[in-house]
Write a protein that binds this ligand. Sequence first.
Ligand code: SF4
Length: 602
Amino acid sequence: MSETRTTCPYCGVGCGVLVTAGDGGTAAVRGDPEHPSNYGRLCSKGAALGETVDLDGRLLYPQIRGRRVSWNAALDHVAAGFTRIVAEHGPDAVAFYVSGQLLTEDYYVANKLMKGFIGSANIDTNSRLCMSSSVAGHKRAFGSDTVPGCYEDLEQAELLVLVGSNTAWCHPVLFQRIRAAKEQHPERKLIVIDPRRTATCDIADLHLPVKSGSDAVLFNGLLTYLFQNGRVDFNYLEAATEGYGQALQAARDSAPSIPAVAAACGVAEQDLARFYHLFAATERVVTVYSQGVNQSSSGSDKVNAIINCHLATGRIGRPGMGPFSVTGQPNAMGGREVGGLANQLAAHMDFDDPQQVDSVRRFWRAPNMAGQPGLKAIDMFRALDEGEIKAIWIMATNPVVSLPDADRVRAALRHCELVVVSDCMANTDTTACADVLLPAAAWGEKDGTVTNSERRISRQRTFLPPPGEAKPDWWIVSEVAKRLGYAEAFSFQSPAHIFREHAALSGFENNGTRDFDLSGLTQVSDETYTQMQPVQWPVRSAQPGGTIRMFGDGKFFTASRKARFIAIAPRLPMNALDDEYPMVLNTGRVRDHWHTMTRTGK
Ligand code: SF4
């Protein structure tokens, strides 16, 4: 029995696991001691992976309206439905709703089909809910969607600030690393900013239970404090940033003093003063934030309010310091890289740059290149409900449970002309609404790559044969594409084949203008791809070992190569309360389960 080196399919920590497949669909799992994300650790979800690989509840055969059919019949039906609806109503009448559970290669092919060949940008992902606020915040500040640091920074920080992040439950192995570092260095400080007292607070030196949604006031107050107390690095501002004056003015307008901020955020003045003092006085500070910041009615502003404070002190891109967004899903980052969001192109290119649209069009030899953003997740399902979208293909996600206003999502799917669902599980709330069910290969049967929260690309490797007639998602999408008339562009033979194209696109007409650059991996052979070790992008020919940290040289990816401060006028959800909407709601995650429990519920 040999062990297969692969990656956990759950959260954005991206832990390496070693798996030994046993008889009858069983598997023994242990943490990979050599994987740099976890060094052998696993959480309860990862440790129980072996208990999820049996066939109980699996979707094994294609179905049309509950009747088992051949793959050919199912694929023909999907292609005919999409062809008819596009012909009658145009490309924007169809949509893909995809997932951070997909591998990068699956994602790449789905995005290519929708944006380059069907001719709409109506492809969005459940990662929209997870971290699109961070994407927007990063791009506003850095000119690129870049997490500047790495996990080691969390261990090297003298002050770690966790904002809207119940790391103990949501990113448990990262939490284990943080706790171990704190045990080794008890003098280091940990501050948790969260409306709830969570398990993460158990190791915190200070918990600030801010009012829901008041994070931007808190960090605007910090920006004001840093200025008032002479803690701004003006040399860095001058050399590497722009827009500080307006950002400071907005901060002083909304958060002029500790008493004003304490009142707005609902925290004690002395606790707030302690946080501000620690941040101001400590050089190595990392601010980790996740869904408590991102899943918000003003998430991007919260992200930029945090980044502003790191720019003001020049604490970014160096060991033990920087803003750090941790993603929810195993491949939310991979989705961002291939353009899985409706307002992105591919390879970190954008619709608002006509040259980039043209670059992608020429690279793909795309006959129907989308020229503008498509509908984002919430708008996509609204359009479905209102009949503007008439066919949707949902891959590897369960929106009838996980989207807000879920009853409306179910109703919209019920009256949609064509609902296609690819999944590895047979009975989810979403598969119950499908006209066509396509059995997808599950973790353990799939082969490809994922990117974790620190830009680290790792391989997921096959250790089980796909059961029944299950197929990889990239194969399913490619087969539909061929039936839509695009055989040449979708003649992919393997995940390695797709990865090479993805890497080549990232380097295409790049010349250092885009940080997402895998040009050093464009020529990987099938053999090298099979053996590929975890690596952090960018991976250029000159840096084949990847890049641990970004922006240490003070150069960013804006037109001026300077980072941008963003002036933030906080929008507090409680200010919008009225008799009709009298509550502020919060989101959270359950420690031992994943998303809607379709797999971990076993
Ligand atoms: Fe999997 Fe995340 Fe747990 Fe690591 S921390 S084992 S990636 S769920």
